[in-house]
Design a protein around this ligand. Sequence first.
Ligand SMILES: Nc1nc2c(c(=O)[nH]1)N[C@H]1C(S)=C(S)[C@@H](COP(=O)(O)OP(=O)(O)OC[C@H]3O[C@@H](n4cnc5c(=O)[nH]c(N)nc54)[C@H](O)[C@@H]3O)O[C@H]1N2
Ligand SMILES: Nc1nc2c(c(=O)[nH]1)N[C@H]1C(S)=C(S)[C@@H](COP(=O)(O)OP(=O)(O)OC[C@H]3O[C@@H](n4cnc5c(=O)[nH]c(N)nc54)[C@H](O)[C@@H]3O)O[C@H]1N2
Ligand code: SF4
Ligand SMILES: [Mo]
Length: 733
Amino acid sequence: MLFGRHQKNPIKIADKGIEKWSYSTCGYCSTGCSIEIGINKDGKPVASRGVADADVNRGKLCVKGLFEHELFESSGRGKTPLLRNSIHDDYQESGWDGALDKMAAEINRIQEKYGPDSFAIVSTGQILTEGFYTLGKLARGVIGTNNYDGNTTLCMASAVSGYKRSFGSDGPPGCYEDFEHTECLLAWGSNLPEQHPIIYWRFKEAREKRQFPLIVIDPRVTMLAQYADFHLCITPGTDVVLMNAMMQVILEEGLEDRAYLEANTVGFEALAAEVKNYDPVSASRICGIDEDTIRTVARIYAKAGSAMSIWCMGINQSTHGSDGVVGINNLSLLTGNIGKPGGTSLSITGQCNAMGTREWSSCSGLPGYRLLENSQDREDIGKFWGVDPDFFPKKRGLTQTDIFPAIEAGDIKGLWLVGTNPMTSMPNTSRIRKTLEKLECCVVQDSYVDVETAQYAHIFLPAAIWAEKEGVFTNTERRVNIIRKIKEPYAQSKTDLHIFNALAKRFKRAEKMHFPHHFDDVFDEMRELSKGRLVDISGLTHDLIEAHKGIQWPYTKEQSENGELPPKGGKRLYVESATFSYPDGRAKLIPLPFVDNNEKPDKEYPFWLNSGRLVEHFHSRTRTGKIANNNKFSPTPFMEMNPDAAVALGVKHQSYVRVVSRRSDAVVLVMLTQRVSRDMVFIPFHFFDCVNRLTLGLLDPHSRQPAFKQGAVRIEQIDQVLAARLNKEAREF
Ligand SMILES: Nc1nc2c(c(=O)[nH]1)N[C@H]1C(S)=C(S)[C@@H](COP(=O)(O)OP(=O)(O)OC[C@H]3O[C@@H](n4cnc5c(=O)[nH]c(N)nc54)[C@H](O)[C@@H]3O)O[C@H]1N2
Ligand SMILES: Nc1nc2c(c(=O)[nH]1)N[C@H]1C(S)=C(S)[C@@H](COP(=O)(O)OP(=O)(O)OC[C@H]3O[C@@H](n4cnc5c(=O)[nH]c(N)nc54)[C@H](O)[C@@H]3O)O[C@H]1N2
Ligand code: SF4
Ligand SMILES: [Mo]
């Protein structure tokens, strides 16, 4: 038999007849790559490429960005608004006026009957910032529900909470350029090569030019772990113990930066007293990392001239998520690694505009990192919007993870979901299904009508997707970049901004308020409100952002008037001494006693259940599941399992098994691999009715983020013929 290329036709690259390339920013992950879409003579988007002189990606894109032009016409797009009285009826097509009239009437009816907070709104990290800002104005200033939150509670809440506790405000202080300066990188629960491929590439290029140690803390052998000098295969949910033990070593050996601590922090004594309880030997019994490794890693980290930590969902999605973030910040502060090149504590964000919602959506407060709890902030925004400040609640309402139980309890009767798919993404699917079934009115505003949650809605609003509209995203390193319109919205779909404005018009309270229709005018309001804040964007304009292919905040009006180049705007936060966001300018060192409270494997459920992502798919696959060059790499739900564990159970590679937790069960295909240890299985969360049927989602007490990464399951053998048939039928259904 012959193998090799000579049997095949040579690869021919078809001429796509591109007439122009249009600028935009990728709409998947938070890396924030600048992208150009090739348009042919018929005005059709036919190709995507990275923008060569964009600082973030320098010409590169990953497998998702490369096929993003196929999104616009991908299957399942919502064409027209849909209505029905009961979720057991079929949907009827509707015009926009009819759908929005109905929605406004339902909001009024529910709020009059059950009170203003009985209608909840859950939004996303994936629409444009101008849309977020407008939704915030509508939710806080017009509809007036305090139960308004975003899917960022599943994602970034622990990072936000940890930054606020340590530094007095949200806002990641570092940037990608820090890889070019650092002498040591700690990566906590982040699978950078798959989830942020271009940030990974920036890191890798820096490390190829100048070797520095990489220490990866992850219970799974990710591609990043394979590349590390030290891979710390930690017991799930115990990172805080490792951090405390590292701090003990640092203090014991006098490796802390005394001068930095004295000038910039409070709370040293209490922290030093707490970490005394975590000697590396006792800690090793909890976190599974041996004493020598703890000591060595602590020394390498603390002795480096500059050292940085990055982290992602392995830290945030835990019952110790917020504490984990504070622990990382404690380590950075102890060693003087904040605000200097290569020394930082950088939360890797998730969705393309997770930062935009944190800054401007008013989900957890008011725009520009303002707080509902602060009377001056309520006063200022009330005046600016033309809303009586007393109309604002004086305290933040429920988070997404508390909104669902409140529906279950009957306190919330109406729900508006904007750009999020909780049927697939929330823990404990069957409980979510029952919860959604209780709603008197559920509105789903999504670009895809085949999104699972639409099966439980009364009103479906088709949203224009990504570059069918214009506005900005903010990426992981606080860089604001612009999405330019590549084509008109699909079928009858409308931009999110248009939908918010059109709904506002239907409420009396909005009559005296201003809801600008043009995204430039919305941005002007944000610029004005940002003056003098940490998130100062008063020097930015949409055109300036495009000219520089993304600009980091802060970038003030004074800087732009002085002709200062945008890169000088805001590479890093907290560069000057004692400029943290607490009133005294000092960061807080916070002691972190460890409370062991996760669901853990036992006799009945002997495996840790870990879940996460794959490079080719994005979340619930409404997008990547439709694009052949993404979907083909993993079209079926599967589970990584260790070969030794499989032998013990008699489970075969590529056979189907039933995975059972205390909640429910799921059928998956087994992939045997050493990526996971004997007592762990890993299932990607991209598939509906799969891993989230099993997850428990205990909540972090500070951030209310679910512990998606820790749970316990058992594996059962099943009839292979039946399983294959069910799986095939399920996919064809
Ligand atoms: N291709 C692709 N890219 C994406 C996304 C996507 O869906 N697809 N989603 C985007 C979004 S919204 C997000 S939030 C990010 C997520 O990006 P990541 O957080 O990097 O991805 P995950 O796979 O969810 O989890 C990361 C790692 O956490 C580890 N982990 C589990 N438990 C623990 C623990 O107790 N301690 C530690 N230290 N680690 C643990 C897991 O083994 C896993 O390797 O990716 C973004 N980028
Ligand atoms: N087991 C487990 N579960 C997890 C996680 C995990 O690691 N493990 N990770 C969690 C994390 S970090 C996250 S971020 C969540 C994500 O969870 P979701 O937010 O539910 O996931 P998506 O599939 O991204 O949903 C976004 C929706 O917005 C739609 N959309 C896209 N663009 C637009 C637009 O421009 N306008 C509108 N209106 N809609 C649009 C998409 O079609 C899609 O239906 O999942 C969480 N769930
Ligand atoms: S790394 Fe993220 S932003 Fe860049 S092309 Fe890939 S998905 Fe898009
Ligand atoms: Mo996320």
